[in-house]
Write a protein that binds this ligand. Structure first.
Ligand code: ADP
Ligand code: MG
Length: 323
């Protein structure tokens, strides 16, 4: 691949966890009920994501690796109402420019499945293969030809940690999907896909934590919130137990963390933080849509309104009042 392609790829592919994020998002967008993620060597040697989604039609397969080729956006107006996680059409092309990729896929209507391999961005011929409906994408030897980026990777343990976090976030955001993560041949996490957030939380944060969480739900006009929050006595010593999803995307937000903490005002000992898994649904109009792939920090059109909505919802459930 050309240098330009590699530089651009750096925007999407920062580390192995960014590859996992893009592949998992594609699997979710494909309507999958099961998503299996397998990694080796912190993801640098191998990342393999298998789904049971709609598959990639044979005629689209070569196109899937062309940057800015996407099947998900048909007009610019769609940007305001995107119902899919991906829409830029750059992930697969970017990954292919910095790693070897093999895609095995089959659609419901297809005569047979197909397999396509790209080594250092050079395409192989597409061969037929037998498989059930869905897609498997294997990414190996990430950054092999880019020593500067390879050097930037942290230890296998650290990179694995980032991947565990990424998969955990999606498993919490999509409790109706059965997720499994295997690290160097050992199962690291598995959710049931039974749609119950509490069960997904049990699989990821532990049964005991999950059993002690309090249901949160509420709405105000076009805003709605649901999730689980910890009883004040089950607090944590840091903020790592707070997860936020806005319109089903994992986001980072100071506004949201502070709103939750304000909801606990006077109920927690100083230096303790709540555990909270919070899904917010807001009209797209109220969100400053974030076009940059690497950023997860969300911006709201009216910070104060969102803050107060979340604070109040948390406060009232903790005090056992109707919101
Ligand atoms: P985007 O997600 O922004 O459309 P990507 O580069 O991530 O772009 O993917 C390119 C295209 O490849 C997608 O639009 C989709 O049509 C197809 N695709 C990728 N992964 C999958 C998958 N797991 N299942 C079905 N189709 C997929
Ligand atoms: Mg995508």
């Amino acid at each position: 691949p050309k240098t330009v392609a590699r530089i651009a790829a750096g925007e999407v592919v920062e580390r192995p966890a960014s590859v996992v994020k893009e592949l998992v998002e594609n699997a979710i967008d494909a309507g999958s009920r099961r998503i299996d993620v397998e990694i080796r060597g912190g993801g640098a040697s191998l990342i393999r994501v298998t789904d049971d989604g709609c598959g990639i039609p044979l005629e689209d397969l070569p196109l899937a690796f062309t940057r800015h080729a996407t099947s998900k956006l048909s007009s610019f107006d769609d940007l305001n109402t995107i119902g899919t996680l991906g829409f830029r059409g750059e992930a697969l092309g970017s990954i292919a420019s910095v790693a070897d990729i093999e895609v095995t896929t089959a659609t419901a209507g297809g005569i047979s499945g197909s397999v396509l391999a790209l080594r250092s961005g050079r395409e192989d011929t597409i061969r037929p293969v037998a498989r059930s409906c869905g897609t498997t994408i294997s990414v190996s030897q990430l950054f092999r030809e880019i020593p500067a980026r390879l050097k930037f990777l942290k230890s296998d343990g650290t990179e694995t940690g980032h991947i565990v976090t990424t998969v955990s976030n999606y498993a919490l955001a999509y409790p109706e999907i059965r997720f499994r993560l295997t690290v160097d041949g050992r199962e690291s996490l598995a959710t049931s896909g039974n749609s119950k957030l509490r069960d997904a939380v049990a699989a990821i944060l532990g049964r005991e934590t999950s059993a002690r969480m309090i249901d949160l739900s509420g709405n105000d006009g076009a805003f709605s919130i649901n999730g689980l929050v910890s009883a004040p006595e089950n607090s944590r010593a840091n903020r790592t137990g707070m997860y936020f999803f806005v319109n089903r995307r994992w986001v980072r937000s100071q506004i949201l963390s502070r709103a939750v903490e304000e909801g606990y005002r006077g109920l927690l000992t100083v230096g303790r933080y709540p555990i909270a898994i919070i899904n917010l649904s807001l009209p797209p109009y109220d969100i400053d849509i974030n076009i940059h792939p690497a950023k997860t920090e969300i911006k709201f059109r009216e910070d104060g309104k969102v803050f107060e909505f979340v604070r109040r919802a948390v406060r009232s459930v903790l005090l056992g009042e109707a919101p």
